[in-house]
Design a protein around this ligand. Structure first.
Ligand code: SF4
Ligand code: SF4
Length: 290
């Protein structure tokens, strides 16, 4: 993203809408400026502000003149008065910033918008996480802090060393050059995104081991880590294997997203396939977060 200095009148409205704090008023230029290293190409500034087409030189003259009388001329707070934002023609590797940070842009590898993963939200159809397994979503980054691909690599290498398998239908996995080592393409390691998610699954018995690996890596990377844990419930809608492990580790897990299997029924009805077996059909799936 760029701000055209010939158009900007330094009203400062855009500095409040950037979730990365990447826009500032340059005191020498007297123009809004984007810190390109911190900008994650989320387009919140471009899409979030209304655009007016006031003539920049007139606006500057009015602002300067009124300032002499200690009167301020400010545009409405949700407006860029001179349409000064100009999207860049993004090229590789910078284009990955937008793929992960603008929720309206489908990710090439998965066709899913934004961070580009369905996680276990569609587990009733995909069966990503089976009985006896636990799926982890390990999210790095947040608005205001973001994460670089070298941080993701630090995490993926540690997990790969422990012999876990990465979810194939996940954009971070598709950017790995070697899923057995967790190495990520070297040309994107410095690229920054708002956030993204690494997905793995392991047998339930490895839950504590994986949590401890994540904790160790978290100490070494300059961003925030959020862990999501996806498990299947039993026929009574309860989960008694993973929850006690998480509680022992000091968490108070809450059920965040519940998948009750409607997707499976719709798919079955649409395809007129044979009914699923009673025991499998009685397995609702749930997602809890730690
Ligand atoms: S909102 Fe527009 S005119 Fe105001 S500081 Fe930002 S880019 Fe410049
Ligand atoms: S594209 Fe996003 S991160 Fe970049 S300057 Fe605009 S709001 Fe900030």
């Amino acid at each position: 993203m760029k701000i055209n200095p010939a158009k900007c009148v330094a009203c400062g409205n855009c500095t409040y809408v950037c979730p990365m704090g990447a826009i500032y008023i340059d005191p020498l230029l007297q123009r809004a400026t984007i810190n390109r290293d911190e900008c994650v190409e989320c387009y919140a500034c471009y899409n979030g502000l209304s655009k007016e087409v006031l003539p920049p030189s007139t606006v500057r003259f009015v602002r300067r003149t009124l300032a002499n009388f200690r009167v301020r001329f400010e545009p409405e707070p949700d407006v860029c008065p001179t349409t000064a934002f100009e999207p860049d023609q993004l090229e590789w590797p910078r284009v990955v910033r937008r793929a992960f940070s603008d929720p309206r842009v489908p990710h090439e590898s998965t066709g899913v918008s934004g961070r580009g993963t369905e996680e276990v939200k569609t587990n009733d159809v995909t069966d990503r996480v089976g009985i006896g397994e636990v799926g982890f979503t390990i999210e790095l980054g947040r608005p205001g802090i973001g994460a670089r691909f070298r941080d993701f690599q630090e995490m993926s290498r540690a997990l790969a060393k422990a012999g876990v398998s990465f979810e194939k239908n996940n954009p971070i996995s598709t950017l790995m050059t070697d899923v057995t080592t967790g190495d990520i393409r070297t040309d994107i390691l410095n690229e920054k995104v708002m956030s993204a998610i690494i997905e793995i699954k392991v047998p339930v018995a490895r839950t504590e081991e994986i949590m401890r690996i994540i904790w160790e890596v978290e100490k070494r990377i300059p961003t925030q880590v959020v862990i999501g844990v996806g498990v299947r419930c039993d026929a009574d809608g309860e989960e008694t294997m993973v929850l006690p492990i998480l509680e022992k580790l000091g968490y108070n897990p809450q059920r965040a997203k519940t998948n009750i299997g409607l997707g499976r029924k719709v798919i079955r009805d649409l395809t007129n396939a044979a009914p699923i077996s009673a025991d499998k059909g009685a397995q609702p799936k749930e997602m809890v977060t730690a």
